[in-house]
Design a protein around this ligand. Structure first.
Ligand code: NAD
Ligand code: MG
Length: 388
């Protein structure tokens, strides 16, 4: 990148929770960053509003049915307008793009992330599903194409920050989890929780999918897998610790027993901004941590009997191959089914466990295997949901 120029950022999923917060960061540092590409799946009205405000070079709407509305609304502006999944993959490869923020949800993030890596772009990675599904492949490609991957997920950003300046190996990663809205619920209570309850996260305001994943603790399971691929540690070196206040964002223990943690208010703009500015830190107007106000920080062991998803994610990580891809696909199905009131909260883990058993296992998957596994596991999970 030319240092006199602004960093040009392509946001995959600019209308979502991470996407809109990234735009706030870009607005705060308009002298340093430019929203070069904005993309959305369906929310065309918000995308139009964002395009008018940030004047990107291009916008992409993944849902092709919305293309004409978008094109007509921006006809008076010099903004290129595209539609479809293929366009997402092409736009991230454009020469001027410096950073691609992957802030779209689910398996759909895999293809454009691979495209961006193959073009050697720096990846600010929010879309953890990409690493869950294909961490080994992503790491190999990032290495081959010299693409940096900077974590945006708050825990992984915390670990990344703890590792800055360290040259010695990590002994253990302490991955904190809020425990979600049902942390203290009994198994019986969990059986009857509603989506409205699950959508109320105590500390973070996020998109619907990750909010449900947080309530079911699959989000933490995914973050364990994400940590393995980002930091090259074994599953046994990752300890999940429930910390309801979400102030300690995660910690790293070294060979001498020293533990470094990163603390702060639960505000995703901090890790988003750090992913853009790394290795520098920029001024921000975000709320400061006041430890006197927080008062108490507490830590608990996670209960994998009540929150079985966490155990299933560890199991998938141990089995390796395409198993995490199977878990991700099954989870996308049950997550939606729960949001549509088609299955109960505890049934989500049952469907995932059954899908893990029934989907064809592949020890050394290729990209095509991941596509096939994803499709097969979704079909199987849908069948189990239908039988619930
Ligand atoms: P969200 O639902 O609020 O937003 C998702 C965005 O992606 C939207 O702009 C949507 O239009 C777009 N999108 C969805 N499906 C798409 C598709 N098939 N093709 C193209 N675009 C698509 O989600 P979010 O909460 O912002 O989360 C985004 C990602 O970041 C997820 O992978 C999530 O796990 C991760 N993440 C989010 C948070 C958070 O605080 N929200 C924290 C850590 C990690
Ligand atoms: Mg997180």
């Amino acid at each position: 990148m030319n240092t006199n120029e602004k960093k040009k950022i392509a946001i995959l999923g600019s209308t979502g929770s991470i996407g809109t917060q990234a735009l706030q960061v870009i607005e705060e540092h308009a002298d340093l960053y430019e929203a070069y590409v904005l993309t959305a799946n369906n929310r065309v009205e918000l995308l139009i509003e964002q395009a008018r405000r940030f004047m990107p070079e291009a916008v992409v709407i993944a849902n092709e049915d919305k293309y004409e509305v978008l094109r007509d609304a921006l006809a008076d502006l010099p903004i290129k307008v595209y539609a479809g999944a293929e366009a997402l993959c092409q736009i991230v490869q454009e020469r001027p793009v410096d950073v691609v923020l992957t802030a779209m949800v689910g398996f759909a993030g895999l293809r454009p992330t691979i495209s961006a890596i193959k073009a050697g772009k720096a990846i600010a990675l929010a879309n953890k599903e990409t690493l869950v599904v294909a961490g080994e492949l992503i790491n190999r490609l990032a290495n081959d194409y010299h693409a940096d991957i900077i974590p945006v997920d708050s825990e992984h950003s915390a670990i990344f920050q703890c590792l800055a300046g360290e040259v010695s190996p990590v002994e253990k990663i302490i991955l904190t989890a809020s425990g979600g809205p049902f942390r203290t619920f009994s198994h019986e209570q969990l059986a009857s929780v509603t989506k409205a309850q699950a959508l109320k996260h105590p500390n973070w305001s996020m998109g619907a999918k990750i909010t449900i994943d947080s309530a079911s603790m699959m989000n933490k399971g995914f973050e364990v897998i994400e940590a393995k691929w980002l930091f090259g540690v074994e599953p046994g070196q990752i300890q999940v610790v429930v910390h309801p206040q979400s102030i300690v964002h995660s910690a790293v223990q070294f060979a001498d027993g020293a533990v470094k943690a990163q603390l702060g208010m639960p505000d995703m703009r901090v890790p988003i901004q750090y992913a853009f500015s790394y290795p520098l830190r920029l001024q921000s107007s975000f709320e400061r941590l006041d430890l006197f106000r927080v008062g108490t920080l507490t830590f608990e062991e996670p209960d994998t009997r009540r929150f079985r998803n966490l155990a299933l994610a560890y199991e998938a990580l141990h089995e390796g191959g395409n198993m995490p891809c199977i878990v991700n696909a099954a989870n996308e199905i049950v997550n939606r089914a729960f949001l549509e009131d088609r299955i109960g909260f505890l049934q989500m883990s049952d469907v995932i466990a059954n899908t893990m058993r029934k989907t064809s296992f592949v020890k050394k998957p290729t990209y095509e295997d991941y596509l096939q596994t994803d499709a097969e596991a979704r079909r199987i999970a849908e069948e189990y949901v239908g039988a619930c």
